[in-house]
Each structure stands twice: as structure tokens, then as C-alpha cells.
Design a protein around this ligand. Structure first.
Ligand SMILES: [Zn+2]
Ligand SMILES: [Zn+2]
Length: 709
């Protein structure tokens, strides 16, 4: 990277080296040869693509070449004299000797049904492969010379996050080049505590309202709801553009669409990360596989004639991911580092946490020992999208002759789908219906459930409240909370834990044993990713402001990235890329809160929200005012009802005052406006009663005057 001095490079090398030693537990790196792997470059086309993207808009192109390295290259096997575009001997060997694997690592999930055919990444074999791959990544990162890149000086790429910054949730980003637009992710956000009765918050797509015809597609990085949850609410409003996603991600999107009856009309295109390149106008999108807390996550390379963007999606660096998933594609990521990436947008969720993220394998080992040693019934609560962890639990259950009973709809749905798509594997009879759990010997019973966040309607909460139809918690039960509370859910999790312990259960959470690892990279993961990609500009995304700021400072202070090329942006800010340079334009796109309430599908307005807040905080006063239909005069006493306001018996004086104020306000208004309408009269009554209540007791309840005849 241009801005790094020699010392900077040395420092980076140190960091990589340290990481290598710590993570892989090896002492020496010199013994591995350094060589380039032209086959990756070829398929991933990090070089030279700028300016000449294919013209097939919206088409998925299958690249002829594999982008994958062989798992175990033999010493000295030919790299020299290869023409780009020709499969090298290593690949040939790989293809010939591993007919079931195919060129794509991901393809192995398709392998036979027998459990033992799932790829295992144990011991030296894995370490070797990783070392090898990483070594080549390392050599690229250190030795690469910046190449000459030609940009189209007239080209302009606009990048606009409309969600996912200033929050953890509703990740959505707009990429606009000339007359083409694509979106990366379309998530939703669970509401804040003060958004009463609101189910979801979805991104504001106002900016796209008059540009629907330009939208070429929505590219999804992985299947978490903060990346796909907005799809069912917004897909039609966006004019039903094609959705591009990996196989499992697509399965989860389909489920979302199906629930709202939108599956038939949707235009869904499953992507193969190894071979597919999308041409969305002049934006060209290719993929690299990355590890996260759900299988099938990817990062993106977006190439345009104005420059290149790497969007990391959510990620952590996990060399031993759970349940037969594959580690990150370091070779591809490192190849990016020598291809002059203009801008990297990177996940900041765990940027305040030092060190490395714990590997899923470590969690699997802890769970394995808990499953082995627990003599009573075991209840494990986790996220229903944690397919890898579910696989590890199922594997351990099989090993110790225990049976797994699933409780919770999303868990059952996701497990069935993941099994159908080959992401979850288990022998017949190992998983059973929760209804049969009661009759099974407790020491052989594992109940896998949702509700690890204390969600009141989820299965675990119902168990804790003795409301679950099939599970009664008691002495001898062990409950494992294999998750950590998402900020905002802490109180709910404590409540559920209290109830479980009260019923006699032993509760194991992440403070007691390593039963959960985050899916978001901590500082060392983030530094590694940055060092591999070596972007010219950097903008932290995904997370609250303090997380993104920590991410920026980490890269500036620890990796020596230039401060003037580190850009802090918020939701609605516009980044512009021209001629390989990036700047924030200062323009601000509308990103208001769009609240979704229930299944009605309609968004609720801010007035409804304000009413709910007033109701909750100050209560309500309903005034029934009898009106003579002929004279339109007050015709009798005003009836007052209050809820959550004040205790009426003790505040007769105030209630009387309210009645007098309301009557007076009505008369005044009627006298002043002979042709008044009732709605205007109500407004007048409301404001004068409001003033009176504030003056008397300094509170602002919701006031509802009703005029009855
Ligand atoms: Zn995620
Ligand atoms: Zn996310």
C-alpha cells in the first residue's frame, strides 16, 4: 500500500506472523514456499477488469475456471509456464483424484448422504492447508507491487448506506453507477425499547422511489435477519428486482417470502461463490467465502470503471468453523490485496474487543464435554440460524447415545431447510419431535430450543414460566444459554435465567463456560482482513458509532492507515468514487425510521408512535361530551374516563377542572366559529385541556374528546 513506510510493512508482517503462530500454533513460517496462484486471480479477476465489464446486464455468468486451490498441493507441482486461463496441473490433479469434491469447496456439501463423508478438518491436514494458503496470502500481501490501474475519468460510483450504520441492524447499502443501481443486503432492525408495539424497523427507500427502473439487483451477503429481514416488506416497493444470494441464504429468503405469500412473484437467483460473476450494469460483483455465525456468508468485490470496492459483509476469521463448514478463502482475499482495491467497507460490530474471536470449534468442544458429562436432562438454547453449532450439538449427541428434541418453530424450520440443502447432516432417528421428549430417559435427552435472548414468546421463556406444553423444568435439569444477549436483551435474559434457577435448573451461560462465540471479528480479525485487502480508502460499517470509530482508529493507529483516507459515514451519507478516489459529498439522503407493526404490512406513522409513547408514559383521558344535534350546544354533563393517568377518587378537583376546561373550550370555539366542524372543535378542546393538565400536575396525557349526540 502506498502510504505504508517500510516500517509499516514490517509491522504488518509482524501482525500476520503473530496471528499465524497464535492461531495455527506453529513456530516457523519460512519452511513454506511462497508462490503466486494465478488460478485465483484469473477466476476472481481482481486485475484489469476496470473499464471492460461485460455488457450482459443482470446476468449471472459462470466463469469457466475454478477459483479454488487444491487442498493439498504437492511439492514442486507446476506453477511455472502456465497461461492464465488454463487449468494448471494442480487443479487437474485435484479434479481427477477427488471426483466428489468438484472444484468448489462449497460443492462438498452436496456429497453423499452418509455422515462420514462430510469433510472433516481435523489435525494436521487442516493446519497444513491453512498454513499453505495463508503463506501464499502472506507473500502476496508483503511482496505485491501496486499495479497500474486505468479508470474511466467520467465514471462515478455513488455509495449510500441507508441502514446498518448508527445501529446494529437493517444493513442496507445502495451502489449507483450511471443508470444502474444495486443494493447490498436489505435488512430489518428490532425496535428500540421506546418503540411500543412495533415489530420491526425497515430501511427508508425514499431515495430509490423515482429510480426503480435503474435497480438491477439486490445482492445478499448472508441469511441473518438484519441483512434479509427487509426483503418481504420492501421487495415489491422496489419493483421486484432479482435477488442474488448463496444457497442457504436463498433458502432463508424463500421462507421469509413464503410467509407473506410473495414467493411466486419473486425473482431469485442462487449464486455459486466460486464461479459466478454478476454484471449489474457496469458494476461487476464477485464473491469470496467468509466465516460468520451462519453458514454460507460471503464478502463482495464490486468493480466499476471508477474503482473497486470490497464489502466484507459480517465476518469473523475462523479457521475451524463448525459442522463441516469451510474456512475463509484467504487466497482470494489476499489476491484482492494486489489488485488496487479503492475502498473497503468492513464490519465493525466487535471493533472494541481486543484479541481474536474464539473459533466455533472451541465452542463445539465445550458443548461436547457438557453433553458427555451431564447426567440429567440437558436443554440448550441457541440462535436458530446457528446451523454450525446445531450440527456440533447433534454430532456430540450421536457420540454419547443421546437424542435431540427440537423446540421452537424457527429452529425446526431452519433445521429442516438446512438438512434439505445439505448444510445439516444427521443419522435417522437422532432427532425427534419435542412431544416425545417426556417419555425419553432424561440422561439421554437433549432439548434444543429457541429463546436464548429471553424473547417472551420463544420456547425457553415458556419453559421458564411453566407454560410449555411438553417440557417441565425441574431439579436435575441443566440449561445452556449458547449465546450472549444482544444489547437491549440483557434484562429479558436475566428474567428467564431467574425463573429457570427458581424451578431447580442449573444454568450455564457464557460467563461460566465458553458456550458461545460471536460471529463478528474482534480487533485482530479486523486487522488481518485489512492487511490482506490493503484498500486505499477505508470506511467502517455495521455497528454503532462508537464501534465504527474504534475500527477506524485501530486501522490508523495500529496499521498506519492514512487518516485522510479513513472515512466515517453515517446512514444517509453519500460517498462518491471518481477516478480511484473516494470522498463524502456532504449530501444527506433521507433515512427516517419506517416502523412495521404486526402483519398488516402497512408502515405506521410517527403520530401513532407518539400516541403510544404518550399513552405509556402519561396515560389517557377520554372526555365524552353530549352535544345536541340541532343546536350543536353542550347538552348535559361531561363524562371523564382515565387510564394510567391519576387515581380519580383522589383527584376529583383535577377531574372537575378538566370538565370545566373542556366545556369552556367547546363553547368558546362554537361562539367564535359559527360554522365550525367537530374535528376542529376537538383539536381546540384537546389543546386547552392539555394546557390545564400541564399547569396543574406537569404531565401530558393523551386526551381524546368524543362528541356524542
Ligand atoms: Zn450476520
Ligand atoms: Zn449483521
Amino acid at each position: 500500500m502506498e502510504d505504508l513506510s517500510k516500517e509499516g510493512k514490517g509491522k504488518k508482517l509482524d501482525i500476520l506472523d503473530q496471528w499465524l503462530k497464535q492461531t495455527l500454533n506453529i513456530g516457523k513460517t519460512e519452511q513454506f514456499e511462497r508462490k503466486a496462484e494465478p488460478d485465483h486471480k484469473q477466476a476472481f479477476s481482481p486485475n484489469g477488469a476496470a473499464g471492460q465489464p461485460e455488457q450482459k446486464n443482470g446476468q449471472t455468468q459462470r466463469q469457466p475456471q475454478s477459483s479454488q486451490p487444491a487442498r493439498q498441493p504437492k511439492q514442486g507441482q507446476g506453477q511455472q509456464g502456465q497461461q492464465p486461463g488454463q487449468p494448471n496441473q494442480r487443479q487437474q490433479h485435484h479434479r481427477n483424484s477427488r471426483p466428489h469434491s468438484g472444484p468448489n469447496f462449497g460443492g462438498k456439501f452436496k456429497g453423499g448422504k452418509a455422515r462420514d463423508r462430510r469433510p472433516r478438518f481435523k489435525g494436521g491436514d487442516n493446519a497444513f492447508n491453512q498454513r499453505h494458503k495463508f503463506q501464499s496470502a502472506l507473500s502476496r500481501a508483503v511482496n505485491a507491487e501496486p499495479g497500474q490501474v486505468k479508470y474511466d475519468p467520467r465514471g462515478k460510483l455513488r455509495i449510500i448506506p441507508i441502514g446498518g450504520l448508527d445501529e446494529v441492524g437493517k444493513n442496507t447499502m445502495i451502489f449507483e453507477y450511471e443508470d444502474s443501481i444495486m443494493l447490498v443486503d436489505l435488512g430489518f432492525h428490532f425496535p428500540e425499547a421506546d418503540m411500543l408495539g412495533v415489530d420491526y424497523v425497515i430501511p427508508d427507500i425514499n431515495y430509490l422511489k423515482d429510480k426503480l427502473h435503474k435497480i438491477k439487483g439486490i445482492v445478499i451477503t448472508h441469511g441473518h435477519l438484519d441483512h434479509i429481514g427487509g426483503i418481504p416488506y420492501l421487495l415489491e416497493k422496489l419493483g421486484n428486482p432479482p435477488i442474488y444470494a448463496g444457497k442457504l441464504t436463498m433458502g432463508l429468503i424463500k421462507k421469509q417470502l413464503e410467509e407473506r405469500g410473495l414467493l411466486q412473484s419473486a425473482n431469485l437467483r442462487a449464486v455459486n461463490y466460486s464461479s459466478d460473476v454478476l454484471n449489474l450494469g457496469k458494476m461487476k460483483v464477485s464473491f469470496y467465502r467468509i466465516t460468520h455465525s451462519i453458514p454460507d456468508a460471503c464478502g463482495l468485490l464490486i468493480e466499476t470503471p471508477a474503482g473497486k470496492v470490497v464489502h466484507t459483509g459480517d465476518f469473523k476469521i475462523d479457521l475451524s468453523p463448525a459442522g463441516g463448514q469451510l474456512p475463509p478463502e484467504f487466497a482470494k482475499i489476499a489476491a484482492l490485496g494486489e489488485s488496487n482495491v479503492t475502498l473497503m467497507l468492513s464490519d465493525s460490530t466487535n471493533a472494541t474487543k481486543p484479541g481474536y474471536t474464539v473459533s466455533e470449534k472451541k465452542i463445539g468442544q465445550t458443548l461436547d464435554s457438557i453433553i458427555k458429562d451431564t447426567s440429567g436432562r440437558l436443554i440448550i438454547a441457541s440462535f436458530s440460524s446457528q446451523i454450525g453449532r446445531i450440527q456440533q450439538i447433534i454430532d456430540a449427541a450421536g457420540k454419547y447415545g443421546k437424542k435431540v428434541f427440537l423446540s421452537g418453530r424457527s429452529l425446526i424450520d431452519n433445521s429442516v431447510m438446512a438438512a434439505e440443502l445439505g448444510y445439516l447432516k444427521y443419522p435417522q432417528g437422532l432427532i425427534a419431535d419435542i412431544k416425545k421428549a417426556k417419555k425419553h430417559p432424561p440422561e439421554k435427552t437433549i432439548i434444543l430450543t429457541t429463546g436464548s435472548q429471553g424473547e417472551p414468546v420463544a420456547a425457553l421463556s415458556r419453559m421458564a414460566l411453566k407454560e410449555h406444553p411438553h417440557v417441565e423444568i425441574g431439579n436435575g435439569d441443566t440449561v445452556v444459554l449458547s449465546s450472549s444477549p444482544i444489547p437491549g436483551n440483557e434484562t429479558a435474559v436475566i428474567r428467564v435465567t431467574n425463573n429457570l434457577v427458581r424451578l431447580g435448573a442449573r444454568v450455564i451461560n457464557n460467563n461460566i463456560m465458553d458456550v458461545h462465540a460471536s460471529g463478528h471479528g474482534q480487533q485482530e480479525d479486523l486487522k488481518l482482513m485489512f492487511s490482506l485487502v490493503k484498500p486505499k480508502y477505508f470506511a467502517p460499517i455495521h455497528g454503532e458509532y462508537f464501534m465504527r470509530k474504534a475500527h477506524a482508529e485501530l486501522m490508523i493507529h495500529e496499521l498506519g492507515h492514512a487518516e485522510e483516507r479513513t472515512i466515517m459515514i453515517d446512514n444517509g451519507d453519500v460517498l462518491e468514487m471518481v477516478n480511484g478516489e473516494v470522498k463524502a459529498t456532504g449530501e444527506k439522503v433521507q433515512t427516517s425510521y419506517i416502523l412495521v407493526d404486526g402483519m398488516g404490512g402497512g408502515d405506521i406513522g410517527s403520530q401513532v408512535m407518539m400516541d403510544r409513547q404518550i399513552l405509556a408514559e402519561n396515560g389517557v383521558i377520554v372526555l365524552s361530551m353530549p352535544i345536541d344535534p340541532n343546536t350543536r350546544k353542550l347538552n348535559g354533563d361531561i363524562d371523564v374516563e382515565t387510564r394510567g393517568f391519576i387515581y380519580m377518587e383522589e383527584s376529583k378537583e383535577i377531574i372537575n377542572g378538566i370538565c370545566q376546561k373542556a366545556a369552556q373550550a367547546y363553547r368558546e370555539f362554537a361562539d367564535r366559529n359559527p360554522n365550525f366542524n367537530f374535528e376542529e372543535a376537538k383539536l381546540h378542546i384537546r389543546s386547552s385541556v392539555d394546557q390545564y393538565v400541564v399547569s396543574k400536575i406537569d404531565r401530558q396525557p393523551l386526551i381524546i374528546p368524543i362528541l356524542v349526540d
